[in-house]
Design a protein around this ligand. Structure first.
Ligand SMILES: *Cc1c(COP(=O)(O)O)cnc(C)c1O
Length: 362
């Protein structure tokens, strides 16, 4: 294998416990987009077997069906699709839709499936706007509403705005609860879990933090679950003043030893890391030379003992998704989601966790 992503499930377990301790609510683990690149089947079945996770949240019906086929039994919330798409899946796979406009509401009524409502308290994306709440409440009689949610736009950067969103949400929920007292109520994502919101909320929806990426400063310690690695295809010594990679954006000064790594932008290594990125080989940071290519990247290994077949870490110890995304003006979500399917996922830490759980520690 020349390129792979290690997924450390023992770290996922630690992060889960940290999140649970922080939000003190039932947890919907957000596993959309293949669990942010970590493998939604493996992540979900692992959490179901080893934790008290309440359920899972996905974006599409296909993602939900895939989890059921992998054996997931707990609730699955489909957050951003349409009931038209869901028709063929809902009952067979027992998926719970999110209803966010009147068109969806009519279809939910027709299909007679339990659903969550979504209200827009300042995200400007999916959800009923405040001006529609009166009509919405009047149309819900005898419908199987089992949950209500909203989404924060700026939990990691604007406390005041987030509190205003929460206040709005509370005003809607308190009215809705008169008719549906046993509702699931949820709003928090990873960043908002830090607010330790009150008892009105019964559940949270957490993704990023589970994967070990802190959404903001001051977050409890997490451990990055994924490490991305690739092998050195060859090592060579380039002559002075020799160009490296497309468009000759780098030129050696002296003779320079370089290693060619079998990982490129098609694998999910951002091309913006051309002449900027660093990879770790045998414990030493090696700077990227020239443009990142589709399948390969050249790094300097001048003065280091590196040979063909050695392993380079592209993300992992000392090279977190958080730090690299910050450097590029991206967000860690983008980097995780772009690790391509060509990069095989290899799962670690299962045995460790199984030993622990049979000892009654989980
Ligand atoms: C993706 C998503 C989440 C999870 O957000 P994180 O920042 O990864 O914790 C929660 N709620 C909704 C509606 C989402 O789309």
């Amino acid at each position: 294998m020349l390129r792979w992503a290690e997924v450390h499930l023992d770290r996922l377990l630690l992060n889960y416990r940290t999140v649970k301790e922080l939000c003190r609510k039932q947890v919907y683990a957000v596993v959309k987009a293949n669990a942010y690149g970590h493998g939604s089947r493996e992540v979900s079945t692992f959490l179901e077997e080893n934790t008290d996770v309440y359920g899972f949240a996905v974006a599409t019906y296909e993602e939900g069906a895939c989890l059921r086929e992998a054996g997931v039994k707990r609730p699955i919330l489909v957050m951003s699709s349409t009931l038209e798409e869901g028709r063929g899946f809902l009952k067979e796979y027992e998926l719970t839709p999110v209803v966010y406009d009147f068109g969806e509401l009519s279809l939910a009524k027709e299909l007679k499936v339990p659903f969550h409502l979504k209200v827009d308290t300042g995200m400007g994306r999916l959800g009923f706007l405040e001006g529609e709440w009166e009509e919405l409440l009047s149309r819900l009689k005898n419908l199987p509403v089992v949950g209500v949610m909203t989404h924060f736009s700026s939990a990691d950067e604007d406390r005041e705005f987030t509190l205003r969103q929460l206040e709005k949400f509370e005003s809607f929920v308190s009215r809705l609860k008169r008719e549906f007292p046993g509702l699931e109520v949820h709003a928090e994502n990873s960043a908002a879990a830090l607010y330790r919101f009150n008892n009105l909320l019964t559940h949270c929806r957490v993704g990023l933090a589970l994967y070990g990426v802190p959404p903001e400063e001051g977050y409890p310690e997490l451990s990055q679950v994924m490490e991305v690695k690739a092998k050195v295809l060859t090592v060579k010594e380039l002559p002075p003043n020799y160009p490296v990679s497309y468009s000759k954006t780098y030129r050696t000064r002296e003779r320079e030893r370089v290693a060619v790594i079998s990982f490129g932008y098609a694998d999910g290594y951002p091309r913006e890391l051309s002449n900027r990125g660093k990879v770790l080989i045998n414990g030493k940071m090696c700077p990227v030379r020239g443009r990142v290519c589709m399948d390969m990247t050249v790094v300097s290994v001048e003065g280091l003992s590196v040979k063909k077949g050695d392993v380079a870490t592209l993300y992992g110890e000392g090279i977190t998704f958080k730090s690299v995304s910050g450097k590029l003006g991206k967000i860690p979500y983008e980097l995780m989601c772009s690790i391509s399917p060509r990069v095989e996922r290899v799962y670690f830490g299962l045995q460790k966790c199984n030993a622990e759980s049979s000892a009654g520690a989980v």
